[in-house]
Design a protein around this ligand. Structure first.
Ligand SMILES: CC(C)(COP(=O)(O)OP(=O)(O)OC[C@H]1O[C@@H](n2cnc3c(N)ncnc32)[C@H](O)[C@@H]1OP(=O)(O)O)[C@@H](O)C(=O)NCCC(=O)NCCS
Length: 188
C-alpha cells in the first residue's frame, strides 16, 4: 500500500501551508464562520455542523489519515504563527498508476482577497505536489461567472480543456463548470 512519509510544512513570504492537527480545529471553525456568506455562492451547501470545531476536529484527523495513505493533501493556509486560517487548498482524489492526477479546490478568507495570497500559496503548493508527491496533472474547475478564480488559474499556467454541463452541485444547484488543468512542468 502507498504511504506518503513526512508531513508538508511549506513556508512562503507571507504564509505557512500545512495539515493542521486536530487540536487546531477551533481556528478552522473560526475561518468557516467568518466566511460563511462569502463562500456560500461558490461551494456546496453546508450543514450547520460544518461550522463547528467538533466537525473540524474529525475532518482534520481524516485529512491526516488520507495524507498518509496518499489519497489527498489538504493544506491549510495560515499566518506564519498559525494563529489564523487564511484559506485552504485541497489536492484531493489522487489517482496514481497511469494517471498520476488529482483535483484542486481552494478558498480564501474574504479579508485576504486582492493581495496575491492565494497565488503565492498555490504556486508553492503546486511545486510540492509536482516535485515531492510526483503527480503529473492537477485539475481544477470553476464556475464561468467566477472571474477571480479563472484569472488565478490562468496566471498559474492552468489551461482550459473544456466545459462540463451541470458538473457540480454548488449552493444547492447543478452548475456548469470550466475544466482546466496544469501538467507537471518538470517532466519531459
Ligand atoms: C478565488 C480566490 C481564491 C481568488 O482570490 P484572489 O485574492 O483574487 O487571488 P490572488 O491570490 O490571485 O490575488 C489576485 C489579486 O491580488 C492582487 N495582488 C496584489 N498583490 C499581488 C501579488 N504580489 N501577486 C499577485 N497578485 C497580487 C492582484 O492584482 C489581484 O487583484 P484584483 O483581483 O483586484 O485584480 C478568492 O476569490 C476566493 O476564495 N473566492 C471564493 C472561493 C472560490 O471561488 N474558490 C474557487 C472555486 S473554483
Amino acid at each position: 500500500m502507498f504511504r506518503q512519509k513526512s508531513l508538508p510544512h511549506i513556508i512562503t513570504p507571507r504564509c505557512r501551508l500545512a495539515l493542521l492537527e486536530p487540536h487546531q480545529a477551533e481556528i478552522m471553525a473560526q475561518f468557516r464562520n467568518a466566511n460563511r456568506l462569502h463562500l456560500r455562492q461558490w461551494e456546496p451547501t453546508r450543514s450547520d455542523q460544518f461550522f463547528t470545531a467538533a466537525y473540524w476536529e474529525i475532518q482534520l484527523r481524516i485529512a491526516l489519515k488520507h495524507f498518509r495513505t496518499g489519497n489527498s493533501v489538504c493544506l491549510v493556509i495560515t499566518d506564519p504563527a498559525e494563529t489564523e486560517v487564511m484559506g485552504v487548498c485541497n489536492y484531493t482524489n489522487i489517482v496514481r498508476g497511469t494517471m498520476m492526477s488529482c483535483q484542486l479546490g481552494y478558498a480564501l478568507a474574504s479579508r485576504h482577497q486582492g493581495q496575491g495570497i492565494m497565488y503565492e500559496a498555490l504556486q508553492a503548493s503546486l511545486d510540492y505536489i509536482f516535485e515531492e508527491v510526483g503527480l503529473h496533472r492537477v485539475m481544477a474547475n470553476y464556475l464561468p461567472r467566477n472571474q477571480r478564480s479563472g484569472d488565478l488559474l490562468a496566471r498559474l499556467g492552468f489551461k482550459i480543456e473544456g466545459h462540463a454541463e451541470k458538473f457540480m452541485q454548488i449552493n444547492g444547484r447543478w452548475e456548469d463548470h470550466v475544466l482546466t488543468s496544469r501538467i507537471n512542468p518538470n517532466e519531459c
